[in-house]
Write a protein that binds this ligand. Sequence first.
Ligand code: FES
Ligand SMILES: [Fe+2]
Length: 403
Amino acid sequence: MKLLTAQEVFENPVSRQGLPAWTYNNAELTQLEIDQVFLRHWLFVCHVSEIPKRGDYQCLSMGNERAVVVRDEEDQIRAFRNMCRHRASRVVADEKGHCGKSFICPFHGWSYNLDGSLKNIPRSDSFPQIDRQELGLKTLDCEVWHGLIFIRFGGSGLSVAEQFTEAEEEIGLYRIDEMQSLGRTYDIDFNLDWKAVLDVDNEGYHVPIGHPGLLDLMGRSYVDQILNCGLSRSCGSFKDRKFRNDLNREYAEALPDSYLPVSHQHLWIYWGMFPGLVLTLFPDQIEIYQFLPRGSQKSVMRGISYALPDDRPEMQKARKLNQKINTAVGGEDMDLIEWVAEGMRSSAFDGLMLSDLEIGVASFHNQMRELLPVMTLEQAPVAGTLQQVNENMQSQAKVALVQ
Ligand code: FES
Ligand SMILES: [Fe+2]
């Protein structure tokens, strides 16, 4: 595993200062991030076990784009635009559900087979010549990786599996494809830029002070590792620790024998994938959460937990205790997120000062600057010009690269 050193992450001195404050409060930039980052990268939708029957579906939206993933008649997982080809209504209204053998548009009743092909048009004689082959639901890139369903609205590049190559060996230990939802999901809305929320999550420097419970659980074993492929890995061990915190002690004592190798039975591991996904591996369950923009000063943190079926009372107890510990950690971060964001809105704010222990934040900022060079500017471009300024800077960067 090739890790980036702090020296490499901070090669450009500007990386120490973090992104400029204006990038956390600029509606034009948020739109550009949606268009050029989120609509061109893989987004996690759900686990295959959450759409177990043919006709089961789940939806995901980003910006103005809507997707639906469905299990078709051949048990294939497919992804489509959730948009009728007649007059663009959603073809499924709910976030998830079962649509039977076809999608039936709620507006005029055009129907589509589960493979996306057009099935029926009511009063089709009222239309002039129609090429039915051309009028199926529009497809989206879809990849099932270890039972996790990802979609991509546009762009190209590495598959999910390719992007996670460095994590493959470790993640393969967890048998994620056999897992099922624990029914613990959350959608936390923030009236903040998505990066302001992600930044707080993106480093372990704050753990000793910000998360006393986690410190007690993992001590100083916690490390952040940054890879050069948009991946990061953070990890801490609670093996042979003497706990002060009762929750931690009860959790460690409750954990029963595990299917994992000894090396992984006492680790909490967080794999991060650009732009905003975190796959957390615990010995008793996994949790996936992602940070998504929902507009200017609006974002959401979506999370869900999965685990192998296991009725043993001690495993049930360990899972509950794990969730208690993590609920406390989440609560502690909520305050920090608000306090940092309010500071960055202050007229006195003049940039961050990142340490070698915050390379997760710096590396994420570097990736954003690379994709959207407009974010290197100290001041926001004049209103209405941001997209053009960014395009010009992208062209200049390309020319510089050729020369
Ligand atoms: S918009 Fe779907 S049938 Fe008319
Ligand atoms: Fe935190």
